[in-house]
Structures are given as structure tokens and as C-alpha cells.
Design a protein around this ligand. Structure first.
Ligand code: CP
Ligand code: NVA
Length: 337
């Protein structure tokens, strides 16, 4: 069924009700199936979308571009160097300009406040492609991926998120997990636990869905019995590189390694990561970190990243299907009837 979300923004998971959010997961699965069966009509809609990125991206950009292609939408990609955004034109003016030419706007920005400013100015749907606080198209993909890799009903799934438990992906997973009624374990140092306002929002949702949210500093307790172990980078885009040393010292005990996967006690436990990941030295930053610290991996070891338990690439391809569902539903395209 197509969720009735025409005209709506997707700035954070909390913009949707539990019913709307879970309907989007199901709709993503439906669109994925339709595509795999070769039954997806690619038809020109006469509509076009703008993709605005203040920070770099591989997955989010490609998923929006691929979704646009599948849905018969034109699209324009703008990076900070290629537009007036920020340096010469305000976010708000940009929102007015873009909504006069496009039917929807994806925005990856430095702050959630800018996200809201853009959405307030635009009278077309705005989709958050990542901000400092939330990464809602990522968590939607993660919920679909967990569902696909578990025989359990959605509300019986458990996952542990280890590492920088205060970042955008962690916040989004806390709320998305609550929407799905899951057992969510946040495992990291107390100084970087989930902000209270996010916990309050998740608690309110969990009261209705039966989900649970646990915070712990103890890795063994946190991961015991879970179906999925999830982590993200320890320093997010937009944060000062000066924080690397402090973050590494604080978060190294929460690295996902073979011992952590073993501590789940679940031989079928799967490993997830939103990507990109520092699991080896094959990147400029990875090599610099190795030279500086002697560590050849940070948030996840290469052993776990490349193991059979790792579903990171299945996960990344689901960005395409879930983003397509968001775009189709909010533009009211009626694909998949
Ligand atoms: N996971 C994710 O958002 O990846 P990109 O930064 O490559 O878009
Ligand atoms: N927390 C990371 C997620 C990247 C997809 C960041 O914001 O850089």
C-alpha cells in the first residue's frame, strides 16, 4: 500500500506517526520487489527534484539520483562550491528559489536548524539527507535491512548500537527502533549517551509500540542476545578534527571486533554500519590515523567488516529503495499500485 504522505517533509523520523513510518518501510520493500521483478514502469512525470549537499556523500546522493531515474524525475545536484548557498544567499532565500523550480528538495546540511529554515521557506517536500542531529533516510534503510535479515516480526528484533552514541545516526536509530517496537541497546560512554530530548521522544513512542530503550557502558551486557550490532564513525562530518585523539581514547573500548560479535552469544548476529567506515588503511584518513595512532581500524575491525556476519553492502543498497519510497510517497507519485 502507498502511504498517504503527499506534500509532507521528512526532516526527522518524528515528522511521521508510527503508522506512517512503518508503512514507509513496507512500501520500500514493495518497491524493491517491483524493481527486482522488472515491473517498475519508468515514466516521465514532468517533475524534478533538487539535491543540495553542504557535505560530501556517496550513498545518499547516489540513492536520490537512482531513485529519481526510476521514478521518471529530473534532478539537479548542487554542492557547496557549485551554488550560492550559505556564502552569498541565505538558506531561507534558497528554499524559496528552489521550491519555485522543483517539486522536492533533498538537503544535507550542517545543522538541523538550517534544515527547518529551508523547509519553512519551501512549499514543496524537503527531505533531510543528514544533519548534525538526524539521518532519517539512513534509519529507514536500516529498519528495512533488519527486517530482511531476520525471521522475527519487526517488534521482536533487538539491536545494539556501539560507539559514538550521541551522533545523528544514533539519534535516528533510537527513534526508528521505537517506531518499530524494537529492543534498542545504546552502548557507549555515558558522556556521549543519547540527548535527553531524544530519549523522551523514544520513551513516548515506546509506550505505544512496546519497544524498549536501554543505555549501558558495559559492552557484554549491551550486546547479549542481540540480532544486530551497529556502529558508525567516531567523528562525524562537521566536527573538528582536533577531537580525533579524544574520541579514539574514549571510544576504543566500544570498537566492534570479533570478541564483541562473540559476546552477543548469537551465532546469527549480523553486523551493520551506515558507511563510510574506518576498518582498514585503504583511505587517506585511515592511513593518517594509522600513522598517528598505530591503529589500522577504528569503530570496526576489518575482520568483522569483511566477515559473513557483515551485511553492510546489502544495507547500503537499501538506501536506494527506501529513498525511492520516501520520494514517491511524499510527491504523491502513486508508484506500485
Ligand atoms: N551513509 C551515508 O549517508 O553515506 P554517504 O555519506 O555516502 O551519503
Ligand atoms: N555520523 C556520520 C554519518 C555519515 C553517514 C556523519 O555525520 O559523518
Amino acid at each position: 500500500m502507498i502511504p498517504t504522505l503527499a506534500g509532507r517533509d521528512f526532516l526527522k523520523e518524528l515528522d511521521f506517526t508510527v503508522e506512517e513510518y512503518t508503512a514507509l518501510i513496507d512500501y520500500s520493500a514493495e518497491l524493491k520487489k517491483l524493481h527486482a521483478a522488472g515491473d517498475e514502469p519508468i515514466r516521465a512525470t514532468g517533475k524534478a527534484i533538487a539535491l543540495v549537499f553542504e557535505k560530501t556523500s556517496t550513498r545518499t546522493r547516489c540513492a536520490f539520483e537512482r531513485a529519481a531515474y526510476d521514478l521518471g524525475l529530473g534532478h539537479v545536484y548542487m554542492d557547496p562550491a557549485g551554488s550560492q548557498l550559505g556564502h552569498k544567499e541565505s538558506i531561507s532565500d534558497t528554499g524559496h528559489v528552489l521550491s519555485g523550480m522543483f517539486n522536492g528538495i533533498e538537503y544535507r546540511g550542517f545543522s538541523q536548524a538550517s534544515m527547518t529554515e529551508l523547509a519553512d521557506a519551501a512549499d514543496v517536500p524537503v527531505w533531510n539527507g543528514l544533519s548534525d542531529e538526524w539521518h532519517p533516510t539512513q534509519s529507514l534503510c536500516d529498519m528495512l535491512t533488519m527486517q530482511e535479515h531476520s525471521a522475527k516480526p519487526r517488534n521482536a528484533i533487538s539491536f545494539a548500537y556501539l560507539g559514538d552514541t550521541e551522533d545523528n545516526v544514533a539519534n535516528s536509530l533510537v527513534v526508528a527502533g521505537a517506531m518499530c517496537g524494537m529492543d534498542v541497546r545504546i552502548v557507549g560512554p555515558k558522556s556521549r549517551w543519547t540527548p535527553q530530548r531524544v530519549i523522551d521522544a523514544a520513551d513516548a513512542i515506546n509506550a505505544g509500540t512496546g519497544g524498549t530503550l536501554t543505555h549501558t557502558e558495559d559492552v557484554d551486557d549491551g550486546v547479549r542476545g542481540v540480532d544486530f550490532v551497529y556502529t558508525d564513525v567516531w567523528l562525524s562530518m562537521g566536527e573538528s578534527k582536533d577531537l580525533w585523539d579524544q574520541r579514539i581514547e574514549l571510544l576504543l573500548p566500544y570498537q566492534v571486533n570479533a570478541a564483541v560479535m562473540e559476546a552477543t552469544g548469537n551465532p546469527d548476529a549480523k553486523f551493520m554500519h551506515c558507511l563510510p567506515a574506518f576498518h582498514d588503511r585503504n583511505t587517506t584518513v585511515g592511513e593518517q590515523i594509522y600513522e598517528h595512532t598505530g591503529l589500522s581500524a577504528l569503530e570496526v575491525t576489518d575482520e568483522v567488516f569483511t566477515s559473513d556476519a557483515s551485511i553492510v553492502f546489502e544495507q547500503s543498497s537499501n538506501r536506494w529503495h527506501t529513498i525511492k519510497a520516501v520520494v514517491a510517497a511524499t510527491l504523491g507519485l502513486k508508484v506500485g499500485l
